[in-house]
Design a protein around this ligand. Sequence first.
Ligand code: SF4
Length: 304
Amino acid sequence: MTSPGYLTISRELLISRIHAIEERSSPCILCPRHCRALRSDGEYGFCRIGIHPHVASFGQHFGEEQPISGTKGSGTIFFTGCTMGCMFCQNYEISHERMGREITEQDLANIYLHLQAQGCHNINLVTPTHQLPAILKALLIASDTGLHIPIVYNTGGYEDPDTLQLLEGIIDIYMPDFKFADERTGSILAHTPDYPQICKAALSEMHRQVGDLALENGIATHGLLIRHLLLPGRSEESEKIIRFIADQISPNTWLNIMDQYRPAGDIRRTCPDDFSDLLRRVSPEEVARAIRIAKERGLIRGLE
Ligand code: SF4
């Protein structure tokens, strides 16, 4: 099996990247919000998480895409908080209500090693952006004590390309969402009016770093896997997203078009008037349309 990036780059480079990421965290410009919160002095920004690791849960997860879960599961770690504010968040308690607890970097390194000992194919960092300094420090500790499986960066796609550049050679598999194609949708549903252009730039940077998804014996070793959660009544946005991925990223992209949306989080309480479709599930016709468009554009990896 190919060695993961963090074992291939020099230890000095890894340490210098950790310092650079740490510098971006206080005043904080880790994510595109650029809150400039002095997190090392105890200030919180939009994500409302401090500088120590804050974890909701972790474990062997078999519900990811086949190349990620494989036969032994993905070593999934759910980090508390989020840089986005999706009204319909499917993990609302973790991202909005700060479910979880603060731990140390040594604890987090022990979690990586525990998941590896369970046989997991990778370490799957769910919503990692705002906790990157601690995540990387724990990676340094764990790589010194035997960690050797790939790192998956599992994100909502709202990423600062300058922060991403510092992850080059460290992250093996990028697994971003592409959620919204229209600024108004991003603004109303997630407090991210700049989401479409930010996500496009982030996906391009990720693909530049790791390329298309590469497998060994059916298991992902590195590359880009994009997820798109279909939203009811937003087929036109889905079409724009699919076209962008095929035309501007690569028709060889592993794309997971997800149909499991359910009305969750704030959307059940305060659904914006012109988004009332979000109170229902996605229809079979909407799913079929998105898959047909993807296949017409040559995007078949992940849809076969
Ligand atoms: S990571 Fe958090 S504090 Fe930093 S810019 Fe983003 S939302 Fe603000």
